[in-house]
Design a protein around this ligand. Structure first.
Ligand code: GLY
Ligand code: MN
Ligand code: MN
Length: 427
């Protein structure tokens, strides 16, 4: 991040954010954060800077502070200096800014000015988020590189995965390719879900000694749902593909996969400035509801099935979210909008009109989720709208999700993950 062009872009980001803050004489402190100790241990988790700090400074080291003095219209970076003792254990970080020890004195000189901690101040955070939602060319370059690392991992999957492999083997092979292609880490814990496990929306972590992705073996003809992405230059990629492995898809697998793909394609085409995300989301639910009606899993009229929450039993999550320095990025809800309690929209992570420069995921899905389908209260409430006898054989089917990362532009949607194939069958 040393070249002149990047310094110019970083300085322009700070200017835009400062204009949004509209301060008089306050001081703002944007901290990078500290390393997190592992519970009950003297070891530490790997460090990730607070994204607001990374956005404004272009740096990612712990215990640094970017300060802004609104009276002087002046930014000052403070960075820690490692001691000889530190250097016995860790390679020293670059000595950025002025020594952190000087921060206290810098604040003390400004006795009349109020100190605003960025992490605690909604106005400061909102100002940064309002800029983070629009990506500059430095960010777009990192996002494209992140998508390229994901492509390497998914290509490995398409060429190497076969029935008989475990989720864990698939994860390890795929992530190795992310890293070979330059990813620094995965953008989030990889979801590699075979068969029924694809119905857990965020199938990761596991319990006790059993990790997810697990040692479960992929069976011939089962669905494999992979939701994973590399991180590059601090920026995320978030891609999902679902495929049948080692056999021709059944009619039901093929039908539902096509419904999800259609919902995704229709939504991607509407990823244009001025479009309300909530409307695109609700239309994706209508597309999925129509498919479930056609397959005979629901009965009734599609708008009513979306309003009642019947479609949400099979598509409970939102169509997508903003992506950037974090995979579920800042700025999803602008001031004045609150998450809805509508059954189809309560997990929607974004509710705003789209604007050029935003990056959003588009990720519709259809799932057969035991926690919902086995619940007697749910079965009672949707006795008329869900054809439970038709759903019964599909318990254990898993889930289908297809996800890409879209750059909103005035010229139409740019799919950053476009080069990642969408095979319905592999192996
Ligand atoms: N990869 C997490 C998500 O799509 O929400
Ligand atoms: Mn996503
Ligand atoms: Mn995802």
């Amino acid at each position: 991040m040393a070249n002149r062009d990047s310094e110019t872009l970083l300085s322009a980001r700070r200017d835009r954010v400062m204009a949004r803050w509209d301060l008089k004489d306050e001081i703002v402190l944007v901290r990078s954060g500290s390393v997190l100790p592992m519970a009950g241990s003297d070891m530490e988790h790997s460090f990730q800077p607070h994204p607001d700090f990374a956005y404004l400074s272009g740096r990612g080291i712990p215990d640094a502070v970017l300060a802004f003095d609104a009276l002087q219209d002046q930014w000052q970076l403070f960075g820690p200096r490692s001691t000889p003792d530190d250097q016995v254990w860790h390679q020293p970080a670059d000595p950025i800014g002025v020594p952190l020890e000087e921060l206290e004195g810098w604040i003390a000189l400004r006795t009349e000015q109020t100190v605003l901690e960025a992490w605690d101040d909604p106005k400061i955070q909102a100002g940064i988020a309002a800029e983070r939602i629009h990506k500059d060319e430095l960010e777009l370059s990192a996002l494209r590189s992140a998508a390229a690392t994901s492509k390497s991992g998914f290509d490995w999957v398409y060429q190497n995965v076969a029935a008989g492999m475990t989720e864990r083997e698939i994860q390890v092979g795929m992530e190795a390719e992310f890293f070979r292609a330059g990813a620094v880490r995965t953008a989030y814990p990889s979801i590699v879900a075979t068969g029924p496990n694809g119905a857990y929306l965020h199938y990761f972590y596991g319990q006790d000694d059993s990790l997810n992705p697990s040692t479960r073996t992929l069976q011939k003809g089962e669905l494999l749902l992979i939701d994973a992405g590399g991180e590059f230059g601090g920026y995320a990629s978030d891609v999902t593909r679902t495929m049948v492995v080692g056999a021709e898809p059944t009619d039901v697998q093929s039908f539902l996969w096509q419904v999800v793909l259609s919902a995704q394609e229709l939504a991607i085409d509407r990823c244009r400035p001025g479009q309300e995300w909530r409307e695109i989301h609700l239309d994706s639910a209508r597309t999925i509801g129509s498919g479930l009606l056609e397959l005979g899993l629901l009965r009734g009229e599609v708008d009513q099935l979306v309003s009642s929450g019947a479609v949400a039993l099979f598509y409970p999550h939102g169509l997508g979210h903003l992506i950037g320095l974090t995979v579920h990025d800042a700025g999803g809800y602008p001031a004045g909008r609150e998450p809805s309690s509508h059954p189809q929209s309560r997990y929607l992570r974004t509710d705003r009109p789209l604007e050029a420069g935003m990056i959003t995921s588009v990720e519709p899905g259809i799932y057969f989720i035991e926690a919902l389908l086995a619940d007697p209260a749910v079965r009672e409430r949707f006795a008329e709208e869900v054809v439970w006898d038709a759903v019964e054989p599909l318990r254990g089917f898993g889930g289908i999700r297809i996800e890409d990362d879209i750059h909103i532009t005035d010229a139409g949607p740019e799919v950053l993950s476009e080069d990642i194939g969408k095979p319905i069958r592999i192996g």
